[in-house]
Design a protein around this ligand. Sequence first.
Ligand SMILES: NC(=O)C1=CN([C@@H]2O[C@H](COP(=O)(O)OP(=O)(O)OC[C@H]3O[C@@H](n4cnc5c(N)ncnc54)[C@H](OP(=O)(O)O)[C@@H]3O)[C@@H](O)[C@H]2O)C=CC1
Ligand SMILES: N[C@@H](CC=O)C(=O)O
Length: 842
Amino acid sequence: MTPQHDPGQARPFRVMKFGGSSVGAADRLFQALDLIARERQAGPVAVVVSAMADTTDRLIAAVDAAAAGLAADPHVDAIEALVVGVARDLTDRLQRAGLLVHVPEDLSPAIAELMRPLRQLLLGVGLVRERTLQTRDLALSFGERASVLVVRALLVARGVDAVAVDARDWTVTDDRFGQATPDLGASALQLGDLSAAWSGAVSVHTGFLGRTRDGRTTTLGRNGSDYTAALLAQILGAAELQIWTDVSGVMTADPDLVLEAYPVAHLSQAEALELGDLGMILHPRTMAPLIEARIPLRVRNTARPADPGTLIDVVGTRDERHPVCVVSTEDLALLDLETRRRLGHERIGERALRALANAGVPVWVGTAAPRDRAFAVAVARQDAARAEAALSAEFGRTTEGEPVELAPIRVRQPVTLLTLVGEAMGRTPNVAGRFFGALGQIGVLVRASAQGAGERSISAVIDGEDTATAVRTVHAAFNLAAQEVNLLVLGKGTVGRELLAQIAAQQQALASNQDVFIKLAGVVDSKRAVFDPAGIPAAQWDVRLQESHVPPDIPALLERLRRLPVPILVDCTAEDTSAVYEAALACGIHVVGANKRPLAAAWPIRQGLMDMARKRHRRWEYETTVGASLPVIDTLKGLVRTGDAILRIEGSFSGTLGYLAGELSRGVPLSHAVRDARARGYTEPHPRDDLSGLDVARKALILARELGMELDLDAVAIEPFAPPEALGHDDLERFFLALAEQDAAVAARIERMRQAGRVLRYLAQIDPSAPAGVPAVRVGPVEVEPDHPAARLRGTEAFVAFTTDRHRAYPLLVQGAGAGGAVTAAGVLTDILKIAMSLRGR
Ligand SMILES: NC(=O)C1=CN([C@@H]2O[C@H](COP(=O)(O)OP(=O)(O)OC[C@H]3O[C@@H](n4cnc5c(N)ncnc54)[C@H](OP(=O)(O)O)[C@@H]3O)[C@@H](O)[C@H]2O)C=CC1
Ligand SMILES: N[C@@H](CC=O)C(=O)O
């Protein structure tokens, strides 16, 4: 087909198509006329319009009513009222805006006149009580014809020369009513004759409509107006087709499921075809004329004309790393067929598809096991029963008449077809790995899967209830938008407060540089809670918490948290929160904890939490429980995972006790040094936990358990840092008074050590192969020689030395600040980011 546009002609046509929402209300149509007027200034324009708003549905209802012997006139009255109303409102608006070149005649008589034959037709349908597709097509044509009448009249009134074109006068089709196919050559000839009369005016065409060679009205099926527009663009040799609708382009995912979904800037025609198969943008047959004539398509929003929309052309985006969209097709059923023995030469997939086609059941996806022993097919839920019946009938016997050993057909519903679309699929390695990996991370079961033969899509069938989380996770895993994580922070003491300050400071940078959006959903202390699913501005949490009178009802808060994308419980308390962790993990919430107590709880409790996290595919991150932000646990896990044998772990695990030892060496009395350490945020909420050795014992136990040592706290040999008689008081002031009584004795001991050339350090040792009778885990004060690695520690420095099979001669050392709000909070934030990043497939 030769396009009508003569390449010598300076400015080719632009075709603009306006859908039902763009012409069905005065404000939108006002905008549409403006867009047409502007585009006209740049060159020749042809416009295609759909029926206004719900007119097509109303026309179908009118035909159905007539065929059922009911009154159809009220439907036609409603359509007439809508069209007249839009025309009047629009005239007023144009007048108020000073855009009318002349006041248009009242359109109501013309609209009534247009509708007269429709009323007669419906009367006829009522008389014969017969409703054929042919009759329905004729009735439907009145919707688009009414739109053209209004749009042309008001364009002219606005000073844009325009002609109305009934597309039936040029769209020559076959006689498949309801789904007619145009004849391109014949249509081009007809259009050629018509267009001669336009002489520079904007031609306004009815979308959706055609006519058979013998003059009967047809319609072009679903998205028929788009088809008309694509055909018109092809015949006119247009430079571009613009589809004006109510969204700002093709979205990266369903915005109802993914708040951060956004319009894709650029797609290839092949990607658009793939999306068309999934019911998005244009139906594949509508894309055909554009592909054939290599015409770019722009999808734009009439209500937001400044938005660039989506451009669809031959090349598409040049960014081959990212897929473009995650499409979720919901409300499907998955039918699983499995033969107990092979069916000779028969392919069960082939037969199943044929049976479903014969039963008129459309198939969304079908996947076969190797050599076709099993086959799974997804169909719309409403077709599930028919599909099952058709398959049961088909597989009652082999084609040779033998009974088939088919396991009972299993029907699973509702399921969702989750499809990732993009050229990246065939050009970037590991897209499939990341797709399934992201689903696996959040524990979504894949019931069936398929990778498109065109290498532009990959699909997974998942349970319907997993849809929202799965779409969000895959969307985030491919960096289609920032990964949102939602935090509920328990505790706003030294660590919690500092964490919230770091989040406030880093939130912006994390969103722009790392595509991670940290949302603070709630903060809880020992007395109250504040929770807002929309997010608490990180700079306002303090005020919001102070103003709150809500008691900290943790189960209720977890219930609200779990409904948000990537929910994370952040534990910055020093309480026994094992039960809270269990509830959180059980309902799908990740946990990040600086709190050692759940990890040091009785072995079955700690192990139960680990199992729960594994079973629910949730993360429990706790790097800061040993050595604040030092990478102690990660290092140990790495050694264990890579098969190294851990011979011994030793070190000074407590920044607090390291600091105190240093202060004592400088001559500071014990009670003063502890007060100072507490004020600096180094100690546990009650410093007794440090001085008694309990806190270090917990750390040592945490590390020992990483080695698989099934120990409890009572198996740890603990020698306290300070004399036990000073540690009895809960009340802090009494505690400090009792401590002061020990100042002199402690100072004397330190002095003795100094004279002997040694320094005091509090060390821990984990010896997995300790002989029977010797504690495998020991913590206690040690007088170390000057050449001991611990002797060189300063301030809150801690160190952990791993002697392993591979690090035998030179132990692997992790050393640095081991206590303090800032470093610990940074470690907690790092753990939060680990979860966010892992969900992005990075
Ligand atoms: N400080 C450090 O250097 C390090 C600390 N850690 C660990 O971090 C955790 C926090 O330490 P830190 O910030 O110093 O302690 P703080 O005592 O300063 O803060 C504890 C917070 O927990 C809150 N809290 C107490 N009970 C509850 C409860 N039932 N529900 C909710 N919140 C509660 C307190 O509330 P309220 O404000 O109402 O009293 C307080 O805000 C500890 O487990 C500690 O071992 C780990 C590594 C280093
Ligand atoms: N008091 C603790 C703080 C971190 O866990 C210590 O220094 O060990």
